[in-house]
Design a protein around this ligand. Structure first.
Ligand code: OAD
Length: 243
């Protein structure tokens, strides 16, 4: 049930910030990180998404990323992504902060997207640092290399690595400044993204969570909707802006 007070807060908001996690893409068919389908072979994503894992077994890590690229390349954005893209048109200042690397927010038409964990459809050279759009590299073709000869890796942030400084700076700024903060489909287990809803709350924003489960931030938010994002968000946009 969407309250009148939430409708009026969102309608009057000068700035809305949204944080998304893998839950928003679950309804597109992409497994979440920590859900039941999160394991690949016997590995946890945390073991594969790390520099130590890559150095230890680059073929294995590339095989996992090739599999994930194939899934992501075969699915489409869903009603949740699309509702957030519509929301952007109604709010004077709108920031979509995502931990996802799948590019589905941009596919849905979102423009002001801050990718905190990179994008899986790009490669980066481990030697010269050059970034290139590349979705074809798979373990069956051997390890992909840069024209400079260096080994390529996916252009995503791994455990223990720093987030892109510009995006992170803007994400903190938006979280401090926004009137309403929506925390959608993330377990809020991974820092620094997990601190953004708390920063927003401490800075005076109305913080709303949309998640199918209870999370680390549920007890800190102002309102919590226990619903799939793809079901909740179109109704929320319609209730607030009639579209
Ligand atoms: P998680 O797998 O930790 O959490 C996914 C969240 O989505 C859970 O809280 C689910 O309850 C929720 N969820 C599932 N289906 C949903 C739906 N249809 N609607 C709403 N919520 C739903 O994924 P993240 O929080 O995104 O980082 O994980 C954060 C980071 O940890 C990832 O970006 C990745 C990972 O390791 C790196 O790779 C650096």
């Amino acid at each position: 049930m969407i309250s009148n007070s939430l409708i009026s807060r969102m309608k009057q908001a000068r700035c809305i910030a949204v944080l998304t996690g893998s839950g928003i893409s679950a309804e597109s068919g992409i497994p979440t990180f920590r859900g039941k389908q999160g394991l690949w072979k016997q590995y946890r994503p945390q073991e594969l998404a790390s520099n130590a894992g890559f150095i230890n077994d680059p073929e294995l890590v590339w095989e996992w990323y090739a599999m994930r690229r194939e899934i992501i390349g075969s699915v489409s954005c869903n009603t949740g992504h699309k509702a957030l893209a519509r929301m952007e048109d109604f709010v004077p200042e709108f920031w979509l902060i995502t931990q996802n690397v799948d590019g589905l927010h941009q596919q849905a038409g979102s423009k002001n997207v801050l990718e905190l964990h990179g994008n899986i459809m790009r490669n980066r050279c481990t030697v010269c640092g050059a970034v290139s759009p590349d979705t074809s590299s798979g373990s069956s073709k051997g390890l992909p290399t840069c024209p400079c000869g260096g080994l390529l890796r996916p252009d995503v942030v791994w455990f223990g690595e720093s987030l892109p400084a510009d995006s992170l700076h803007l994400a903190f700024k938006a979280s401090k400044k926004c009137d309403v903060f929506l925390c959608i489909g993330t377990s809020a287990e991974v820092q620094p993204a997990a601190s953004l809803p708390i920063i927003a709350k401490e800075s005076g924003a109305w913080v709303v969570e949309i998640n199918t489960e209870t999370t680390a931030v549920t007890s800190h938010v102002d309102e919590s909707f226990n619903k799939p994002a793809g079901q909740m968000l179109p109704g929320l946009v319609k209730a607030v802006w009639g579209s």
